[in-house]
Design a protein around this ligand. Structure first.
Ligand code: SAM
Length: 229
């Protein structure tokens, strides 16, 4: 029997509305991100629109608009807003871009990509999170193509992609991902050890891969065949 108690995220959609206070906190968060160097106005508008508090359990609700990562269950996290903004800005999403997100998690990043009018494919390794988020996002009006599986292998059946974003820390750049990039495509991926990872932007130009490296971030580990065992 379906019971809302077993679906904390669904329960919130009935209990938490997007009120004046939440919109105010979201505007403050957008201002903070702008001060931290995020300049893409379309992206800032998307962050100003997606109700981050809807992704939080009741106990953590008051923290929803802090610039911090928070637990979402299953030992995983919803990424810090600055991290979401940094990765998404580097991804340079144009309307209609075919985008692959690796690590659906709560679905928050997916909503930002959909607000940027990406044609979004998202893959999650953890079955509980996959099922929960697949049921929840359409309730907010967001409908990416959901897959449960090992995103370190990409999504070969749907390749090539204009953009690929990895939201978990990888030990290496998985070859499957660079292979599934379209010519001119961009891959954003944090690569390093379990504690911290350097954000890499890899652009495919013909048979060449151009790499740019940015700051260090701290992500939960990318699991799977080309991730951490
Ligand atoms: N994008 C997410 C969000 O907005 O909430 C961030 C989620 S969290 C930082 C990283 C996610 O990557 C976790 O949900 C984890 O289960 C998932 N993950 C780890 N390894 C994976 C893999 N090989 N394939 C797909 N998802 C993976």
């Amino acid at each position: 029997m379906f019971n809302l108690k077993n679906w904390p995220f669904l329960r919130q959609i009935y209990m938490v509305e997007d009120n004046y206070k939440q919109r105010g906190l979201r505007n403050k968060l957008v201002k903070k991100l702008r001060l931290k160097g995020i300049g893409d106005e379309r992206l800032l508008a998307a962050i100003g629109k997606v109700p981050r508090h809807a992704f939080f359990d009741d106990a953590l609700l008051i923290h929803a608009y802090e610039d911090k990562a928070f637990p979402i269950g299953e030992g995983q996290t919803i990424s810090q807003p600055y991290t979401v903004a940094f990765q998404t800005e580097k991804l340079n999403v144009n309307p209609g871009d075919k985008v692959l997100e690796i690590g659906t998690g709560s679905g928050y990043q997916a909503c930002i990509l959909l607000e940027l009018e990406a044609k979004l494919y998202t893959i999650e390794y953890n079955r509980t999170l996959f099922e929960r988020t697949k049921a929840f996002l359409p309730q907010l009006g967001y409908k990416p193509y959901f897959v449960h599986g090992d995103g370190s292998q990409g999504m070969p059946s749907k390749a090539p992609f204009d953009k690929i974003i990895v939201t978990a820390g990888a030990p290496v750049v998985p070859t499957a991902l660079t292979e599934q990039l379209a010519d001119g495509g961009i891959l954003i991926i944090p690569v390093g050890d379990m504690e911290r990872q350097k954000m890499l932007k890899i652009t495919k130009r013909g048979d060449k891969l151009l790499e740019e490296a940015f700051d260090y971030f701290a992500f939960v580990p990318l699991r799977g065949q080309q991730g951490w065992k």
